[in-house]
Structure formats: C-alpha cells, structure tokens
Design a protein around this ligand. Sequence first.
Ligand code: PMV
Length: 336
Amino acid sequence: MKEVTWKSPSNIALVKYWGKYPVQIPANPSISFTLSAAATTTTLKYAPGNGQIEVFLEGVSTPSFLPKIKTFLERTAEQFPFAGTLDMEIHTSNSFPHSSGIASSASGMSALALCLMSVKQALGLPVENFFEEASEAARLGSGSGSRSVYGPLAAWGTHRDITGSSDRWAVAYDDVADVFKSFQDTILLVDKGEKVVSSTVGHGLMEGHTYAEARFAQAHTNQSELLTCMRNGDIEGFGAIVESEALTLHAMMMSSRPYFILMKPNTLKVIEAIWAFREKTGNPLYFTLDAGANVHLLYPKSHKDVILQFIDSDLRTFCKDGSYLCDEVGQGPKQL
Ligand code: PMV
C-alpha cells in the first residue's frame, strides 16, 4: 500500500460559529487561533480496491468511527471521486488524551481531508488550490475543521472585512499585531466527560431560536471589532470581545429549547478567579469556552511565567485531577 501522513492541529474560536444551514454552511462568520500542541496525526494507506475502509485509533481497530467517515466520504464525493476505487486504512492518533474532553473532530477531519488531497495529487488529478480545497472538504466533515488547515489564525464564513472570505472554506488570517501570533492557550480540564450536547444537536438549537437573528448579526459586528483590536495590538479590547463571545455561546444554549447548561460550577469559579486576578494584578489574562465546561486561558507569551504560577496556585484546584494542557498559537498543519 502507498501512504501519506498529515499532522493537523485543533483550533479555538474567538468569534464562535453556532448555527448552520445544509450542508455545513455557517449561519455566521467565525475566526480562530490555530493551536500548536493539540493535533491529530493521520496516516492514510491506500491501494486499488473497491472502497473497503478500516480505521485505527492509537493503533487499535475502531469500527465505531466508520459511520462518520462514510458520511464524510459521501459528502466529499465530488472532490474525492476516487475514494470508492481504493481500499483504505486510516491510522489516526491524537496528541491529547481521548478522555480530556478536547474535541478531536476539527483536527481529525482536517487531517483526513489533507491526506485525501495528497492522494488526489498523487493520482494526478487536478488540484488548483490545495489548502482551500482541503478546507472545503474538512468543512464537510466538521465545520470548525475548515479553520484547522491554516495558521496562525483562520476565518470561516463570509465577512465584509476579510477579503476572499467564504462560507465554503476558511482563509488564513495574519493581519494581527505580533503579540497575537504567539498568544498562549492553557486549557483547564474542568470536566473530562463526553460532550453533553453533540455538535449536530447544538447547531440545531439555533433553528427558530428567539435570539438567532440578533446573534448572527452580533457575530459580524464582533468580528469587525475584534479584527480592529488585533490589528492594533489592543489586548484589552480583544479580551472583552472574546469573553463576551464565549458567554454568548453559552447564553444561546441556556435560552434554547431544549436548554442546556454546559458550564460546571468550577467553570464559574475559574471565571470569577480570572476576573479577580485581572482586577488585582492588571495582568492580561482572558478566557474563552467551547461547547463544554473546560476553560481556555488566553494570554500573551510575555506573561507566561506569572500566569502559570497563578494557574498552579489558584486555578489548578478547579481542574479534574488537577490537569491542564499548555498550548499556543501554531502555524497550521504539516505533512510528515
Ligand atoms: O465544528 P463543530 O460543528 O464541532 O462546531 C464547533 C462549535 C464551537 O466550537 C462551539 C464554536 C467554533 O466556532 O468552533
């Protein structure tokens, strides 16, 4: 069998994608930091055949992944028409523990999309824009996965201030002050359980949501303001928008039918401690959340020592088994 390997990172949204239309078209634009340490490495082995697929997670055959991969291959049949004429073995592993509550769909689907793009190239099929096509394919597997194929930031969804932005694929974004290109993201593992609300159910909550239209409009405005702050190196302005986006995402979930509270008591304790620390010391420490209880701490590299000390002395106690992951803004996927 021939083989190709890509390592593709996770990402953390600053302006949140929440709500979509068929097929995987975002209801509003979003922008994210590409991460560095949290990544999926996927090796795709292939040989002429008739569409047989086997999946291995950390070396162990994992047939439970097959339905998702088959759906992905059906959706991307136009881009990867050759998939059914090959037998494939997909070997995938994550740099973060499976039980950490860190979603692997963005890194996993982008790694697979990149592998399939490399196969497409190897088969001599026309490829015009490798990463744009990889991003579009990744989007069809995991919306936020479209943003994992570029660093240091990626924007997905048509937005008036981002040239070339599209609902179909993400674009790389780096028109930001240097401080943001090395921003730190320490992920506090407040709860390591499985996702309470699946992505599909979560986005579905925005259908007919009382606040949907206002929220989608707000995301456009927040993104404009965030881009201005990031271009100007305005960390305080950045932090205010990013924290508001995180709380708005959770507010949408709390005000939908059915409704969900995905934060845990310790999530709130961490947030209160961050606000008190900022007030007392003036250190630029901000948070964001994804659709779960874990807290992403965002701060400039220049403040790493003092903030890691604060995490160990005051925040670690709120983490399951005292665990957290240190990450930072990364440069995007790598072919290995
Ligand atoms: O890509 P999905 O369908 O798993 O949705 C991701 C949704 C959020 O993580 C909550 C926000 C985002 O933009 O990544």
